[in-house]
Ligand binder design. Structure first.
Ligand code: CA
Length: 235
């Protein structure tokens, strides 16, 4: 199985070393940095699956960095866990408001951190503070249940919207037809694999005039995947 890439941003060497050591042992791939400047340089070359960032950093703070990421079109989908030494409820709210997906208060156990990482990755939600998910010019507005490409509204049926929403919140991961059926349809409804193929075909047809049909890839023998890196438009 593909290893999960974690980017760690932490200025305290002891904590950074501990994280690198324990998370590498737990089979994660670790890239670490001691400040946000280094992290930005890394992000120019690599897109991690998740970022763990300290709240208090020299230079740009963890919160400012999270805000910056959430405004970067190519990065705003990355889930973020914030490390904080402040236990106050206030910091938690600030952290989440700034766009972090979760936070963990120091000192923490590595098992707890791993559990949080897994939860955040499973949740897979990558929503910007404005409740919009963007891929190039394609914008999914969660509150309005609308999808626009440029200034063109895309008319999707409820299941097509659900499917696109699922893909946009779970980018670059391959899902089997079975998994997609589990996520998209109500429990206990009997849906066969072909139904999902037909659904994807219809969704692609609606995206095709704008060139966005190609972001949903068929992975032969496995299933489907929204691949973000290729064929991306708008920047
Ligand atoms: Ca610190």
């Amino acid at each position: 199985m593909k290893k999960i890439n974690l980017l760690i941003v932490e200025d305290e060497e002891a904590i950074r070393d501990m994280l690198r050591f324990s998370l590498t042992n737990a089979n994660f791939n670790i890239i670490d940095s001691e400040n946000t400047e280094q992290a930005v340089t890394i992000l120019n070359h690599r897109i991690p699956d998740l970022i763990i960032i300290d709240w208090m950093l020299p230079g740009k703070s963890g919160i400012e960095f999270v805000k910056w990421i959430r405004n970067e079109k190519t990065l705003n989908h990355i889930p973020i866990i914030m490390l904080t030494a402040k236990a106050e409820e206030n910091s938690k709210i600030k952290g989440l408001m700034s766009g972090a997906d979760d936070y963990i208060t120091k000192p923490f156990s590595i098992d707890e951190l791993i559990a949080r990482i897994k939860t955040v990755l499973r949740r897979g939600i990558i929503v910007s503070p404005s409740n919009r998910i963007e891929i190039g010019e394609m914008v999914l507005d969660i509150e309005r249940h609308q999808v626009n490409i440029g200034n063109q509204r895309i008319k999707l049926l409820p299941l097509e919207y659900k499917l696109l929403y699922f893909f946009m919140t779970h980018q670059n991961k391959t899902y089997t037809r079975h998994q997609l059926i589990d996520h998209i349809y109500a429990r206990n409804s009997y849906i066969d694999d072909r139904t999902i193929d037909v659904q994807i075909k219809r969704l692609r047809e609606k995206l095709r005039p704008y060139g966005y049909d190609k972001i949903i890839k068929t992975i032969r023998g496995v299933g489907y995947c929204l691949m973000r890196d290729e064929n991306e438009k708008g920047h």
